[in-house]
Design a binder for this molecule. Structure first.
Ligand code: COA
Length: 257
């Protein structure tokens, strides 16, 4: 295992044909997101943009991530804030071509929560805690929480988290739709992989265009029609529909028989 300090990697990356698994790995500081981690996550993004695959993001040692590294934040000024160090990374993750899943065990605070909010789907263990304590440090949650969290749970709850320090535990996050499912810690990654397996059975181009259209800021239904026009001309669509019509059901995602 690489060390989380002393210049070793701070994210562990496992690559498979259809997915990449990334584990944030600075367990001694609760996976606090430092400059090296930002750089390594950008490298992962570059590879996924180049060769699209699903992404599973998780944290080592029973924590997802306890936010940006406060030691580094303490030294940053206006110019670093304007660089959007975390916000640009999380935007890049949000725009990855294929779906992303965050498996959240333990704390997801500050930038750690914002990283989870930037993923397409979140699964949580019972110990998961989502929160944005940034104002308590004299700053604002500037890497997505002020708008992504509102989109995910509504303005009222988002403001309780952002302005009143409310932490959402796993059950609350599930009830509010922030997480898809609460799974015991020991089975969390297995469940996340099962979710990716299901996604993986869909057409990759169909998933990619669905994500683009679902995240499109406007232009509906024109953008939906354009994406569908591309898919209607794809050989994958013909093959999948021919298989269905021939009575083969296995290629259709979500079916159990
Ligand atoms: N940045 C830098 N270091 C951090 C960190 C962060 N965001 N979060 C935790 N750490 C470090 C602690 O300083 C401590 O280091 P030490 O062992 O050298 O003292 C170590 O990680 C363990 O943290 P500790 O607070 O002892 O663990 P805990 O399990 O009792 O509590 C948290 C975990 C996540 C609740 C607590 O660490 C915390 O509140 N962290 C800050 C969260 C935050 O404000 N994030 C927003 C940043 S913008």
């Amino acid at each position: 295992m690489p060390e989380s300090g002393a210049g070793g990697p701070v994210v562990l990356v496992e690559e498979a044909a259809d997915r990449t698994v990334v584990t944030l790995h600075r367990p001694d500081v609760r996976n606090a997101i430092n400059e090296a981690m930002v750089r390594e996550l950008h490298d992962v993004c570059a590879r996924l943009e180049d060769r699209p695959r699903l992404l599973l993001l998780t944290g080592a040692g029973g924590t997802f991530a306890a936010g940006a590294d406060i030691g580094e934040l303490r030294e940053r000024g206006r110019d670093q804030a304007l660089q959007g160090i975390n916000s640009r990374l999380f935007d890049r993750i949000a725009r990855l071509p294929l779906p992303t899943v965050a498996a959240v065990d333990g704390y997801a605070l500050g930038g750690g929560a914002e990283l989870a909010y930037a993923c397409d789907v979140r699964l949580a263990s019972p110990s998961a805690r989502f929160g944005n304590p940034e104002p308590g440090l004299g700053i604002l949650a500037a890497a997505g929480a002020c708008w992504r969290l509102r989109d995910l749970v509504g303005a009222s709850v988002a403001k309780q988290v952002l302005l009143a320090g409310r932490r959402l535990d796993a059950e609350e996050a599930h009830r509010l739709g922030l997480v898809a499912e609460v799974v015991p810690s020991a089975g969390l990654l297995t469940r996340a992989h099962a979710l990716l397996d299901r996604m993986s059975r869909s057409g990759a181009l169909a998933l990619r265009l669905t994500k683009l259209v679902a995240d499109a800021p406007g232009g509906h239904p024109v953008v939906d029609d354009l994406a569908q026009a591309v898919l209607f001309e794809s050989g994958d669509k013909d093959a999948r529909m021919d298989a269905f019509l021939a009575g083969e059901r296995v290629a259709t995602p979500g079916r159990t028989s």
